[in-house]
Write a protein that binds this ligand. Structure first.
Ligand SMILES: Cc1cc2nc3c(=O)[nH]c(=O)nc-3n(C[C@H](O)[C@H](O)[C@H](O)COP(=O)(O)O)c2cc1C
Length: 192
């Protein structure tokens, strides 16, 4: 069975640099033999997490769809924008909803035992490094094996060519290396 991956970005905007980076990671994962579902969180609109809302109505429809995709996957690829040295509210909110268990469901089923590969693109000089530091800590604390390797693309507004490829071959190679590792580690864990 091929490794299954859900790929998503913490940015929903049309021209997102992180969506561009995610697309390259998705292509690399497919080339490495994985089955990838690339999603846009804009198509999973969910309210701010609210415990009263959850008690009253359960987990909202799109949060549940997102959670089920994660539960069904072996691994995730996340391209996260850096907002105020942390992650976007969109991404945090989606993770918060997906971390909630329905009655009878195992706790953290969407995250526990999953493998994650992290990427970030920023016009800034350190490429979203601080945001990934927070994301790594967050995912690790809910049972996800976050690979130590990660990709940060600095000056990302100048990093892509017109075809959406990274101009710097070393950066492109780092995406492919990270993704191959995600696919390999997830396959090894599945067979362990
Ligand atoms: C609310 C907000 C906070 C931001 N904070 C940071 C930051 O701390 N570090 C950084 O490198 N860029 C920061 N930026 C700039 C983003 O990196 C830039 O807008 C980037 O293009 C967002 O990712 P996207 O292109 O995938 O949407 C911030 C942008 C916004 C909207």
């Amino acid at each position: 069975m091929p490794t299954t991956i859900v790929a998503f970005s913490g940015s929903t905007r049309e021209g997102s640099l992180n969506k561009r980076l995610l697309r390259l990671a998705t292509e690399a994962a497919r080339a490495a033999g994985a089955t990838v579902t690339e999603i846009d969180l804009r198509e999973f609109p969910m309210p701010f997490y609210d415990g009263d809302l959850q008690d009253r109505e359960g987990i909202p429809k799109h949060a549940q769809r997102f959670k089920e995709l994660l539960i069904a996957a072996d691994a995730m690829l996340i391209a996260s924008p850096e907002y105020n040295r942390s992650i976007s509210g969109v991404l945090k909110n989606a993770i918060d909803w997906a971390s909630r268990s329905a009655p009878g469901e195992a706790g953290m089923a969407a995250f526990n035992g999953k493998v994650a590969g992290l990427l970030s693109a920023s016009p800034g000089l350190i490429g979203g490094y601080c945001g990934l530091f927070h994301l790594r800590s967050l995912l690790g604390s809910i049972g996800t094996l976050v690979l130590p390797e990660q990709v940060t693309i600095a000056k990302a507004d100048e990093a892509f060519d017109d075809a959406g490829r990274l101009k710097d071959p070393k950066s492109q190679a780092s995406v492919e290396k990270l993704v191959r590792r995600v696919v390999g580690v997830a396959a090894a864990l599945k067979n362990a």
